[in-house]
Design a binder for this molecule. Structure first.
Ligand code: PLP
Length: 375
């Protein structure tokens, strides 16, 4: 008998469970479609050469130490991350209305943002896309959101964003609901709204007095161009919308286990920053108190040095080009096999994920999967 006897066993975390099944599988033809992490042509993880170079420089710098960072993070990192997101010449940065809070990767940035909105602002309703990244619901729930609703996102028949229903759902949202939007490379569908569709989304958020919370985990990694991946965020800002943006440097720097993230916050009036920062310091203090330095130093160094930044651009181009090649190969093989239906959506999609439209029956008939049920 233990103090802990009787704890119910929670369902497995799907993506990690699937990864374990992959590891245990003995077929030599197995393909890992589980965790969203980049792989080289040889199926290996990739440490970006520019990250190695920045790490060498950091290791050689004897002025650095292991003192605590400020609660809200390494200033050079927060500024570099905010500049990457908004563009250094952005009006909000020039006018001192945008700030960054260093957090533990994208997840920590979402969590800090959600906790702030729930505990400090008293907001309790969040709208998530249906479908969405598997962790959004849990993060918002644990952060104190009491009502978590979904807005329609996917149109399975046309393998496209269901923009009409999405707008209709957001029109029904009560004022001050928090709307979580994927900045680029929507996870899991792979399909982003067009620029015109983003304009409609911004308009309904404005008309209904909703609050925008962007989650951007793939800036630069999606298209190879960090500016074009940030287009929706910059457009919303041009429309005068205030927002939280959770940024992750896991994918675009390959710094998955360093947990490097930033919560960018843009205010319409910079006088709100003092209150925000003081309250956010308490939210962070109650979680991890001060963030880790290593990954933040790497990102700050790379983004702050023109030569290193150029190498980073080359690396994100390499990764995004390879993903595009994989999409093109999947589409052309499906077409060559004479698979019934149209497959052009696969190359219209962007980023690591894809709602391929392949059915369980397709896959079983080609003997390319063994079906596993769990949970
Ligand atoms: N948001 C989305 C949409 C994601 O796909 C991910 C990672 O897969 C994250 C956030 C956060 O990832 P991390 O906490 O590793 O930065």
């Amino acid at each position: 008998m233990s103090f802990f006897t009787g704890i119910p066993v929670a369902p497995p975390i799907e993506v990690f469970h699937m990864n374990k099944l992959f590891m245990d599988e003995t077929s030599p033809d197995k393909v890992n479609l589980t965790i969203g992490a980049y792989r080289t042509e040889e199926g290996k993880p990739w440490v970006l050469p520019v990250v190695r170079e920045a790490e060498r420089q950091i290791a050689a710098d004897e002025t650095l130490n292991h003192e605590y960072l400020p609660v809200l993070g390494l200033d050079a990192f927060c500024k570099a991350a905010t500049g990457l997101l908004l563009g250094n010449d952005n009006k909000a940065i020039q006018e001192g209305r945008a700030i960054g809070v260093q957090c533990l990767s994208g997840t920590g940035s979402l969590r800090m943002g959600a906790e702030f909105l729930s505990r400090v602002m008293g907001l309790k309703t969040a709208y998530l896309s249906n479908p969405t990244w598997g962790n959004h619901k849990l993060v918002f729930k644990v952060a104190g959101f009491e009502t978590i609703k979904e807005y329609t996102y996917w149109d399975p028949a046309n393998r496209a964003v269901n923009i009409e229903q999405m707008i209709a759902d957001l029109q029904q949202a009560p004022e001050k609901s928090v709307v979580v939007l994927h900045g680029c490379a929507h996870n899991p569908t792979g399909m982003d709204p067009t620029h015109d569709e983003w304009k409609r989304i911004a308009q309904v958020i404005k008309d209904r007095h909703l609050f925008t919370f962007f989650d951007i985990a793939y800036q630069g990694f999606a298209s190879g161009d960090p500016d074009s991946d940030a287009w929706p965020i910059r457009y919303f800002l041009d429309q005068g919308l205030e927002m939280f943006v959770a940024q992750s440097f896991a994918k675009n720097f390959g710094l998955y286990n360093e947990r490097v993230g930033n919560l960018t916050v843009v205010f319409n009036d910079k006088s709100a920053i003092a209150g925000f920062s003081s309250q956010m310091s308490l939210v962070v203090r109650a979680n991890w108190s001060n963030p880790p330095a290593h990954g933040a130093r790497v990102v700050a160094k790379v983004l702050g040095d023109p030569e290193l930044r150029k190498s980073w651009h080359e690396a994100i181009k390499t990764m995004s080009d390879r993903i595009k090649q994989m999409r093109a190969a999947l589409r052309s093989n499906l077409e060559a096999l004479g698979t019934p239906g149209k497959w052009d959506h696969i190359t219209k999609m962007i980023g690591l994920f894809s709602y391929t439209g392949l059915t369980r029956e397709n896959l079983i008939s080609w003997k390319i999967i063994r079906i596993q049920n769990f949970g």
